[in-house]
Ligand binder design. Structure first.
Ligand SMILES: CCC1=C(C)/C(=C/C2=NC(=C\c3[nH]c(/C=C4\NC(=O)[C@H](C)[C@H]4CC)c(C)c3CCC(=O)O)/C(CCC(=O)O)=C2C)NC1=O
Length: 161
């Protein structure tokens, strides 16, 4: 896993140089939003179950997916779906704190699309639910932190698509 600081240092190290002005700007941007990130992560973790529940209500409930024959039908599969959405929210929060998406590639997206395809989990509906999480989260943490969370929730969405 990488974060905004190691990303900047690694790329300077590869070139055998001290940090140049664009690297310094990246670090400044990261440090100046540090408090925002920590505050958003605290709010999200205190409200995670409610965020997922509201996102599911906005995107999946009362659709064919929750009826017999749908991939969320039966309590076991419904629970698996909620659990997956909770993973996406939690890992997006980690990535937002780190200011870097690499943890998403390593722990979430690796092999996920293949798993979903082999189990018949609908990717379009999953992406809709992730987009609903993005909206609900932004309304809770405010536009600046919401935008930052959006970067990582979009990263998961495009990794699945
Ligand atoms: C932390 C990283 C991580 C991820 C991301 C993860 C995902 C993941 N989701 C799974 C299943 C599943 N995922 C879903 C999800 C959904 N079905 C729908 O119709 C909805 C659109 C959607 C929710 C938004 C369902 C229903 C299953 C069970 C499918 C089945 O067994 O038939 C499985 C198969 C094994 C299992 O059932 O636990 C994995 C590995 N596991 C991990 O360890």
């Amino acid at each position: 896993m990488q974060d905004a600081i190691t990303a900047v240092i690694n790329s300077s190290d590869v070139q055998g140089k001290y940090l140049d002005s664009s690297a310094i700007e990246k670090l400044k941007g990261y440090f100046s939003t540090g408090e925002l990130r920590v505050r958003a992560a605290t709010t999200i973790s205190a409200n995670a179950a409610a965020i997922v529940k509201e996102a599911v209500a906005k995107s999946l409930l009362y659709s064919d997916i929750t009826r017999p024959g749908g991939n969320m039908y039966t309590t076991r599969r419904y629970a698996a779906c909620i659990r997956d959405l909770d993973y996406y929210l939690r890992y997006a929060t980690y990535a937002m704190l780190a200011g870097d998406p690499s943890i998403l590639d390593e722990r979430v997206l690796n092999g996920l699309k293949e798993t979903y395809n082999s189990l018949g989990v609908p990717i379009g509906a999953t992406v809709q639910a992730i987009q609903a999480i993005k909206e609900v989260t932004a309304s809770l943490v405010g536009p600046d932190a919401g935008k930052e969370m959006g970067v990582y929730l979009d990263y998961i969405s495009s990794g699945l698509s």
